[in-house]
Design a protein around this ligand. Structure first.
Ligand SMILES: [Zn+2]
Length: 156
């Protein structure tokens, strides 16, 4: 071994991650609002995900404490009004259908919802929010699809 010993935490691994425009917008937003560098946003997301996967793997073991409440992922979202753009806070856990598939690390759960008559908190117009949020492993976000539709034929 020659040269200076490496610090344990030296960051000498590099990944190139491709993002689409939507994902890039998310990164830009998260970075700006939190004042954190984009690389830091990635690292934090990774650490959080890592912990969730560890917990999920742990609960696959036979001797784990079944009383341990895993909680679920948050189904709270801020939905932009399709008319005025105002953010509307919604918690889809209030009204959703839950379906579950058994996978390698326990259940994969899909929460689907169809909120037909939402009223914007700012402009008062109505719109429909539908979609699903998928959780896998338990406690960890997997993916989601949320659609917002105007009531085009309901002129007031
Ligand atoms: Zn609005």
């Amino acid at each position: 071994m020659r040269g200076r010993p490496k610090m344990d935490d030296s960051r000498d691994k590099q990944y190139r991650v491709r993002l689409n425009t939507e994902e890039d917008d998310m990164l830009e937003y998260a970075s700006q609002v939190t004042g954190r560098q984009k690389s830091e946003v990635f690292r934090n997301a990774l650490k959080e995900y890592y912990q969730k996967v560890r917990v999920a793997e742990y609960t696959q073991e036979d001797d784990y404490d079944e009383d341990w409440d895993m909680g679920g992922i948050s189904l709270k979202r801020v939905i932009d009004c399709p008319y005025c753009g105002a953010g509307n806070g919604m918690d889809f856990s209030e009204d959703c259908d839950t379906s579950s598939d058994e996978r390698q690390m326990g259940p994969e759960t899909t929460y689907s919802f169809d909120w037909e008559d939402c009223e914007c908190c700012s402009c008062g117009k109505r719109f429909r929010v539908s979609g699903y949020i998928c959780e896998y492993p338990v406690g960890a976000y997997n993916y989601e699809q949320i659609d917002v539709e105007e009531y085009a034929d309901k002129e007031e």
